[in-house]
Design a protein around this ligand. Structure first.
Ligand code: GLU
Length: 296
């Protein structure tokens, strides 16, 4: 097997919160336990969603928690050429097409019905680019390391957007191209992205790229039973190491890694060293209904 290469890939739409710490920590521990490479990719593919300073805050937060990444930080905002080349490859294979349809036009359908597949419906209108999912139909399958076998019917996935009408690259294309170019072979991330994985597998197949292994983590829920997120104003993580210590301990507890109580106030480097040696992701119960509660 080739050497482990993992990554943490936050969207800098704001600073990291406790839910993103759990995802970063699990992916860090998985990589370090395997003596692998752990890269950092800032997913600023949608600049209007990324307030100035948010990416820098994320870097400081990761440092405070001792989550030191390998190599230079990768920025999606600098990868236009790579995404354009991938789209051109798909187009050359007849797997991508421009689409003028608006969501409003197909609102009575569960997925986009593919009206522009054989010619743009309204050539004078702005156009997005979509992947053709109706050619060489085959179920999308993979074995998630925690959630087990996953199977999706491509007919239910529809033709995913690759480039948006406003000219911005779609997240699905950017992630797939970056994971491949960065040699990522292990993806550890939150179960909120489980639904995105089939599109990413489809795209990897269409582009002839290797398929990484996946481990999706149960989501961290707030006291209100909602997923912790910037939208429900989960507090930002600290940027100073002493304040990071108890939160790191809590995140390790939540990941079922049973950190010793004696380490609750220990420097983050000491807590991490202990956790890396004992990392056992299977302790996280693979129950799709299970959520991690931040108040645990
Ligand atoms: N940028 C995505 C997020 O912050 C994560 C993408 C990934 O891990 O594949 O939710």
């Amino acid at each position: 097997m080739s050497a482990y290469r993992g990554r943490f890939a936050p969207t800098p739409s704001g600073p990291l919160h406790f839910g993103s710490l759990v995802a970063a920590l699990a992916s860090f521990l998985d990589a370090r336990h395997a003596r692998g490479h752990w890269g950092l990719r800032i997913e600023d593919v949608d600049p209007p969603r990324c307030p100035p300073g948010a990416a820098d805050a994320i870097l400081r937060q990761l440092e405070a928690f001792g989550l030191h990444w390998d190599g230079p930080v990768a920025w999606q905002s600098e990868r236009d050429d790579a995404y354009a080349a991938a789209l051109a490859r798909l187009e050359a294979r007849g797997l991508a097409y421009p689409c003028s349809c608006s969501r409003k036009q197909w609102r009575d359908h569960a997925i986009y019905p593919g009206w522009c597949r054989d010619g743009v419906c309204e050539p004078q209108q702005p156009q997005a680019w979509r992947l053709r999912s109706d050619l060489g139909l085959r179920p999308v399958r993979w074995q998630d390391r925690l959630f087990g076998p996953q199977t999706f019917d491509p007919a239910e996935l529809g033709d995913v957007v690759l480039k948006r009408k406003d000219g911005l690259w779609a997240y699905q294309l950017a992630v797939v191209v970056d994971d491949a170019d960065q040699g990522i072979n292990e993806v550890v991330r939150g179960a909120d992205l489980l639904d995105n994985t089939p599109w990413q597998r489809q795209l990897q197949h269409a582009l002839g790229l290797p398929e990484p292994r996946y481990l999706h983590l149960p989501l961290v829920m707030g006291d209100d039973g909602q997923k912790l997120s910037k939208q429900n104003l989960a507090p930002a993580l600290p940027e100073a190491e002493p304040e990071a210590r108890p939160l790191l301990h809590r995140a390790l507890t939540l990941l079922d890694q049973a950190p010793p109580a004696a380490l609750a106030e220990a420097p983050v480097a000491e807590q991490l060293e202990h956790a890396i040696a004992r990392w056992a992701p299977w302790r996280l119960r693979a129950d799709p209904e299970r959520h991690l509660t931040a108040a645990d």
